[in-house]
Design a protein around this ligand. Structure first.
Ligand code: ADP
Length: 206
């Protein structure tokens, strides 16, 4: 059983996923895969340098993600070119890592902030969306990332609306209140899914 976990920025995805991990779920992180896809010396990074030039690299040969983000900001065709290089690699890594994790563990959690945007829900059996009221989201985002209110608002506004994510979810955990309440929900969901995962061994999960 693979559970996709998504939600808006600073909603509490990492917090929720941390609890699943503590309970014994195997975790695959899409952010980690996207870093691996362009690690120093990788074919994808070579193609990025061919296309965008050596200034997109740090002195140590790793990708300067901030500079890359700056280049593609407001340049849709550059963004598409970058995505055409990187996405197939991430796809392949996701396939490999999720299959390997599934062979080791009954419950695999795929933490993917852009699960819906990148159509990655087809890689998972169920989707959990972590939600938070916007005022609290803003407060946590500003506190965690040291952002001004304006910058934090911009980041939230750039994302798929929360209501749209909720509409596509199998499960929703609201993390607006105390963290312990959300973690207690995670523990109940873990029990439920672990039970369903037993069934998955003898019949398809979907
Ligand atoms: P995400 O992974 O969705 O971006 P995080 O799990 O990093 O979000 O949570 C965002 C910030 O809010 C972190 O600093 C985290 O410690 C804090 N946080 C998470 N859940 C709660 C909660 N229920 N109450 C208060 N702070 C929280």
């Amino acid at each position: 059983m693979i559970l996709g976990v998504t939600g808006g920025i600073a909603a509490g995805k990492s917090t929720v996923v941390g609890e699943f991990r503590r309970l014994g779920a195997e975790v695959v992180s899409a952010d980690q895969l996207s870093r691996e896809a362009v690690e120093a010396g990788s074919p994808a990074l070579e193609r990025i340098v061919e296309r965008f030039g050596p200034p997109v690299l740090h002195a140590d040969g790793t990708l300067d993600r901030e500079k890359m983000a700056h280049i593609i900001f407001g340049d849709a065709s550059a963004r598409r070119e970058l995505e055409a290089i990187v996405h197939p690699v991430i796809e392949k890594l996701a396939q490999q890592k999720l299959a390997a994790a599934r062979s080791r563990s009954r419950l695999v959690v795929y933490e993917a902030p852009l699960l819906f945007e990148l159509a990655a829900q087809r890689r998972v059996d169920r989707v959990l969306v972590v939600t938070v009221e916007e005022k609290e989201q803003l407060r946590r985002l500003m506190a965690r990332d040291g952002l001004s209110e304006e910058a934090a608002r911009r980041r939230i506004a750039a994302q798929m609306p929360q209501a749209e994510k909720i509409a596509r979810a199998d499960f929703v955990i609201d993390n607006t209140g105390a963290q312990e309440a959300a973690l207690a929900r995670v523990r109940r969901l873990f029990e439920q899914l672990a039970g369903e995962a037993d069934l998955c061994d003898s019949q398809p999960c979907r």
